[in-house]
Write a protein that binds this ligand. Structure first.
Ligand code: FRU
Length: 424
């Protein structure tokens, strides 16, 4: 995609490409890029709800922030239905897997708090029923704005459509816990435009979600990352030389990979408050490689831009593959060019013996990576599984130049604050 427009003093850029050649370098089970095995006897945060995507409260620079000594996370959350006849199998037992797989349709934003950065206490729903304009409250980012406790929650309002929205509220603390007040007026920000970012009309399987606002450490402006697909009718995308990259002889055939069109989107704010946004061309595209680059986020380190995004095995295109997990790219400036970390892009994938053990990894600026447990095999053959819906053990990463290394493992759901704000 070529762009010539110059908007808001933002330099025009060419999207960087995650190529098929890059993806051919992905190696599952490399210990430096593989999440340690999650044991099937994991603890469950809360037996009444499933939780998955975890969104630590942070500031606009990316720092995970506690308030008055309380850590706060937001999670996508859905009720569990162990006693609902609709979720009983033929033998009358609770079909937890079906319940879990249905969760996206009833996802709601909840919050949790902790004094220790783990063992999260249940806070409750962030928005009252009826506040959010659509059926699903999908992932986003809670931003602590100031020492009055004001929070902008950016998230995705889904079904009907998919709109990036925000809602403002306040975090209030006492000696005994944390509550969220306000969060009553949801403001729509933008939707896919069909010119840069694919719309539902162009592809019923389109993705447009997961806002991650940030202040650029170099130019100080307010931007936002999000997940998208490259605009155009489904099936119309070209997987040419640029998308293929430098492949060995015999690897030129791209099969049906034109259907995989993920991109990492970026928008710039026209105002200081982030109420008015302009979409810019994608930072990174994966046409012919993968159909989903979800929950994109940055770590700013050593003057570099480390761009992380989660993806799945099932969303890879014909002829390329990789584990479910988090992938990364690095650049010296915000608009790239980005190169895949570790050559391939893979930063932390599931081991092939437990391909669905975790997902929705979020890399924090301290190198800690949180994720949730999806399902873990309970027998040798992997036919019996235990569904998670809870926090996975946190993993420690070392990020060094264009490489990353798994160096540590911590407790389940360990998300320590990087700074504390005392509320006035
Ligand atoms: C990642 C994800 C997000 C989306 C949410 C929906 O796990 O697919 O992209 O917002 O889950 O449940």
């Amino acid at each position: 995609m070529k762009t010539t427009t110059e908007k808001f003093g933002v330099t025009p850029h060419q999207p960087s490409l995650w190529t098929r050649a890059d993806a051919l370098k992905v190696r599952a089970d490399d210990p430096t890029t593989t999440q340690p095995l999650v044991s099937a006897d994991f603890p469950v945060l809360n037996n009444d709800v499933f939780i998955w995507d975890t969104m630590p409260l942070r500031d606009l620079d990316g720092n995970v922030t506690s308030v008055d000594g309380w850590s706060v996370i937001f999670t996508l959350t859905a009720d569990r239905h162990p006693n609902d006849p609709a979720y009983l199998d033929e033998d009358g037992n609770y079909d937890i897997l079906r319940d879990w797989n249905d969760r996206h349709g009833r996802a709601k934003m909840y919050y949790w708090f902790s004094r220790t950065g783990k063992n999260w206490e249940f806070g409750g729903r962030v928005m009252a029923e009826g506040v959010s304009p659509t059926a699903r409250e999908w992932a986003g980012t809670p931003i602590l704005l100031n020492d009055r406790g004001e929070v902008d929650l950016y998230y995705t309002a889904v079904t009907p459509g998919a709109t990036i929205v925000k809602v403002r509220g306040r975090v209030v603390t006492t000696e005994h816990g944390v509550s969220m007040v306000g969060f009553e007026k949801v403001k729509p920000l933008f939707e896919a435009d069909g010119k840069m970012y694919q719309t539902e009309a162009q592809n019923a399987f389109w993705g447009f979600r997961d806002p991650w606002p940030f202040r650029d450490p170099k130019d100080g402006k307010l931007y936002m990352l999000f997940e998208g697909n490259v605009a155009g009718e489904r099936g119309s995308h070209k997987v040419g030389e640029a998308e293929i990259g430098d492949v060995p002889p015999g690897y030129e055939d791209v099969g049906n990979s034109r259907f995989q069109t993920a991109c990492v989107g970026i928008a710039v704010a026209r105002d200081a408050d982030g109420d008015d946004w302009e979409m810019l061309p994608p930072l990174l595209t994966a046409v012919g490689v993968n159909d989903q680059t979800e929950r994109p986020h940055f770590v700013f380190q050593d003057g570099k831009y480390y761009l992380f995004t989660i993806s799945h095995t099932f969303t890879y295109a014909d002829g390329v593959t990789g584990p479910d997990g988090v992938y990364g790219f690095v650049a010296d400036s915000l608009f790239g060019p980005y190169v895949p970390l570790n050559g391939s892009g893979l930063v932390l994938g599931n081991p092939s013996s437990q391909p669905f053990q975790t997902y929705s990894h979020y890399v924090m600026p301290n190198g800690l990576v949180t994720s949730f447990i999806d399902s873990v095999p309970t027998d040798e053959t992997g036919t019996q599984i235990r569904v998670g819906g809870t926090e996975a053990p946190t993993v420690g990463l070392k990020i060094k130049g264009q490489q990353t290394f798994v160096v540590a493992e911590y407790d389940y759901g360990y998300i320590p604050p990087m700074l504390d704000v005392t509320l006035k």
